[in-house]
Structures are given as C-alpha cells and as structure tokens.
Design a protein around this ligand. Structure first.
Ligand SMILES: [Mn+2]
Length: 249
C-alpha cells in the first residue's frame, strides 16, 4: 500500500498541533490531533506518533508474514491495542510530572495494511474513511459527546454537525491513566482508497463533498491538496491533516 500525507495549519490557528507519520516500509500511517492549549497539544500528538511508530518499527514479530491471515489480523489487533495503551500511559505520566502538561491530550488513528487487510486502531474524533466504488464510508466511530448523543437518539446527524459541543471528545490519549482503544479489521479490495484525517477536515467539509473530491480522481498528492484546499475554503478553523492510502497491501 502506498501513502501520501499532507498537513496544514489552516486559516485561524498560529500553531499546528496535528502530527502524522508514514511508515512506508512496514505499510502503516499514524495521525494524532493534539489538544491542551498553546504548544502542549503538539507535545501530546508528537508523543503519540513517536510511541506507536517506534513499536511498529522495532517490535513487529518477524514471523508475521508466515501466519494465516486471520492470525495476522488478531495478532496485530492485540499489538496495536497494547501500543496505543502504552502511548496513553507515557503521555499521562508526562502530564502528571509537569504541571504545564497537565491538560494535554491527543487523538490517534493507526492504519496498518497487511496482506489485503487493514487493521485500524483509534481513540478520539480523528477519522478513517474507505472510498470504494464511488461510495465513501466512515470506518471509525467518533469518540465524541455529540456522537454519543446521536447514538442515543438525542440528536440527529444534522444537529450534531451544527452543534457547538462538536469538539468535546469522550476518549483521548493522555487525559486519564487508562484508555480503551478501538480496534477493527477491514478487508481491502483492489481500487479501495483509504483516508485518515483530523477534524480540521471533517468539521469544515461534509462527507458528500469529500466523496465528490475523491471521485474526481488524480494522484494522491492532488487529492490530498484538494481536500486541504476545500477545508481552508470553508474557513479553515482548525489544523487540517489528511493521509491517503491506496494500492495493494
Ligand atoms: Mn483538530
């Protein structure tokens, strides 16, 4: 699988607290959207990306390629779960040790591709989508207050999209001593395009527009640029990060 990532500070902020990393050789990407005010958000997001990527680079078992596909997937689910929990513990500890960092936290999305499977781990309201046959599907569930209200029937999707409480997240890395990451396995089909992004894209650009941009086609670089441009054209209220992934894994 090939990846292309692009991040942009947006139109309103002076700092970019989003971080991403692409591990081309191993076939994965990580995105983190930090929070906690001036500069501290980027400490949390950098720590999340570094903690998870250093495990992926150093600790993937060499025997992975010899396992059956379902065994590969379940091993990866367990490892990513553990590594995201490790990252949480490290960020939380830093916050406890240093008062300046007390309020910091971050989202995280990890997408690992292996043998026509995608293993996805996430915490928070950064998202992953699959674009298949012209249809865009969100494949992560936001850990956000408004999404919990949608699920319990208290808000419609439209009300949620307009809510002023949209940015309250219910799960983050670094804000509590323990976290429960969400892990999913998806089958990859030829032609699939995956999008991993921060809320700086999805708060500004509705899914229907993301879908029509992807439907235009082009290189991943062109598509990433077009998505970032659309978020900025809509106001660019937050940092915007997009990672596209396509091709056989
Ligand atoms: Mn954000």
């Amino acid at each position: 699988m090939r990846f292309y990532g692009l991040t942009d500070v947006g139109k309103k902020r002076t700092d970019n607290e989003d971080r991403f990393y692409i591990g081309d050789a191993k076939g994965y990407c990580i995105l983190a959207d930090g929070m906690g005010g001036r500069l501290y958000g980027e400490v949390a997001s950098s720590m999340a990306v570094e903690a998870v990527s250093s495990h992926l680079e150093a600790d993937l078992p060499g025997s992975l390629g010899r396992l059956e596909r379902n065994e590969q997937a379940s091993l990866l689910v367990n490892l990513l779960d553990e590594w995201i929990r490790d990252a949480n513990a490290a960020i939380y500890r830093r916050g406890q040790e240093d008062d300046r960092y007390q309020e910091m936290g971050t989202t995280v999305v990890v997408l690992f591709s292996l043998d026509r499977q995608i293993v996805l781990g996430h915490v928070g309201d950064s998202r992953a989508y699959r674009f298949r046959g012209g249809e865009l599907a969100q494949i992560t569930e936001d850990h956000s207050f408004v999404n919990s209200q949608v699920k319990s029937g208290m808000l419609t999707e439209e009300e949620a999209a307009r809510s002023h409480q949209k940015n309250i997240i219910t799960r983050a890395l670094g804000t509590a001593s323990k976290v429960k990451p969400e892990l999913r396995v998806h089958q990859f089909q030829p032609g699939d395009v995956f999008l991993v992004c921060s809320d700086g894209l999805t708060d500004m650009v509705p899914d229907s527009e993301i879908s029509s941009i992807l439907a235009r086609g082009g290189t991943m670089k062109e598509l990433a640029r077009a998505l970032v441009d659309a978020a900025n054209a809509a106001g660019g209220r937050d940092n915007i990060t997009v990672i596209l992934a396509e091709g056989e894994s």
